[in-house]
Design a protein around this ligand. Structure first.
Ligand SMILES: Cc1cc2nc3c(=O)[nH]c(=O)nc-3n(C[C@H](O)[C@H](O)[C@H](O)COP(=O)(O)OP(=O)(O)OC[C@H]3O[C@@H](n4cnc5c(N)ncnc54)[C@H](O)[C@@H]3O)c2cc1C
Length: 372
């Protein structure tokens, strides 16, 4: 294989561009948005994501720009430490088990490295037709141009155009829960990944993102189609976190401006396998979009990129590589989506018999730390 098209400049597309360019494959990456960038909120990267960043050769840079932690702390709603467990690092002894960083920083690092490896990135471009042309794939773009590629990779997220064009449309599943993520100054006492036990159907937690900053997430049930007005965001956050004590109560007055706050409702998808049709592959959120309850979405995207590079290097034939990639990734990503959806359900339905959020989460962290 000599030339591939990657559609989408998110975490998956940039990581895949980096990996495949490094393996000597000519990469065109097209991004529909006018700029390749991420929203200004934080991201929580669990152990497998750190291992993948290491595999991509950007671990040290990310750790230097973020805030690494070694423990997960659980508090009662009124702010008393109830439990604490270590987050072992799959990267190695003495390394953080979890890293918080700002999304734009992670994006910039991935973008810089993909370009440095030779990937050609274009913005304001989307495919409108994808079809076989002999052994190649022909792609028509909304700019009026066409291109021919050995492989086309759809890393264009939950509402993937590549998936719709080649695999058929798939509606995302709304999960009835949302998150408000708030960028805040980091109090000195927040040095771990922190989660408060729910107060009713509201869950709150913190991820430190630098020496000076952290982000708070506040999750609660919502109806389909709900979207808060920007001018209501500050009051909404303050009202939702009001039942909580401890550090949540102490930072409440720091929630001051809508610009600190990002709203998202949870939608998921799990495309049926295999994740390729001929020489067109989907990966990342286009194939498996999860809720953030295990903070494993980015980990799965980064692993996809590495796994694809390994399978292409190992198989003499591209079709075999795509088959191997799809079967290697499906069960693991399905586990992440289904477990995250389960955790979301328990939070939005307090009192569900048998619900054991903490045990399921700890088990998942252990399972995902195993080799993939
Ligand atoms: C609220 C929320 C919080 C989260 N928090 C975490 C967390 O803390 N930790 C974690 O690990 N994961 C988290 N995740 C999940 C993680 O953010 C995603 O799994 C990951 O960002 C998906 O990356 P992606 O590149 O596959 O898709 P996307 O980020 O959706 O990127 C797709 C890209 O493709 C572009 N695109 C779309 N259509 C086209 C087209 N037709 N042509 C060209 N380009 C196109 C888009 O503009 C976009 O740039 C969270 C998700 C949500 C919703």
């Amino acid at each position: 294989m000599t030339k591939a098209l990657i559609v989408g400049g998110g975490i998956s597309g940039l990581a895949t561009a980096l990996v495949l360019s490094r393996r000597g494959i000519e990469i065109d990456l097209v991004e529909r948005a006018p700029r390749i960038e991420a929203l200004g909120s934080g991201i929580t990267l669990i152990g497998p994501a750190l291992r993948a960043l290491d595999g991509l050769g950007i671990y040290e840079e990310c750790v230097a720009e973020g805030f690494g932690v070694t423990d997960f702390e659980i508090y009662t709603p009124d702010g008393v430490l109830a439990d604490k467990f270590p987050l072992p690092s799959p990267v190695g002894t003495g390394q953080p088990g979890l890293l918080g960083m700002m999304r734009p920083t992670l994006h910039r690092i991935l973008l810089d490295r993909a370009e440095a490896e030779g990937a050609v990135l274009r913005t304001g471009v989307s495919p409108v037709h994808i079809g076989p042309a002999g052994a190649e794939v022909e792609v028509a773009f909304d700019t009026g141009e066409t291109g021919h590629y050995d492989l086309v990779i759809g890393s264009d997220g939950l509402r993937s155009t590549v998936r719709d064009l080649v695999f058929g449309p798939a509606a995302p599943e709304f999960q009835g829960q949302c998150v408000l993520r708030v960028v805040l100054p980091r109090p000195a006492e927040v040095t771990a990944e922190v989660q408060f036990r729910p107060a009713g159907d509201v869950t709150v937690g913190f991820t430190p993102t630098s020496a000076d900053s952290m982000y708070m997430y506040c999750m609660f049930p919502v109806e389909a189609g709900y979207r808060p007005r920007e001018e209501d965001l500050v009051d909404l956050v303050r009202t939702r976190i009001e039942p909580f004590g401890g550090v949540v109560a102490r930072i409440r007055d720091e929630v001051r401006e809508p610009g600190q706050i990002n709203y998202a409702a949870f939608e998921t998808t799990l495309a049926p396998g295999p994740w390729y049709r001929g020489r067109v592959l989907i990966l990342g959120d286009a194939a498996h979009c999860t809720t953030p309850h295990l903070a494993a979405g980015a980990a799965m995207c980064l692993e996809d990129a590495l796994a694809l590079g390994e399978e292409i290097a190992a198989a003499p034939d591209l079709d075999d590589a795509l088959r191997a990639f799809s079967s290697r990734r499906y069960d693991r990503c399905k586990y992440v989506v289904e477990t995250s959806v389960q955790l979301s359900y328990w939070q939005t339905h307090p009192g569900t018999p048998g619900a054991d959020h903490q045990r399921v989460m700890a088990e998942a962290f252990g399972r995902l730390a195993e080799p993939f």
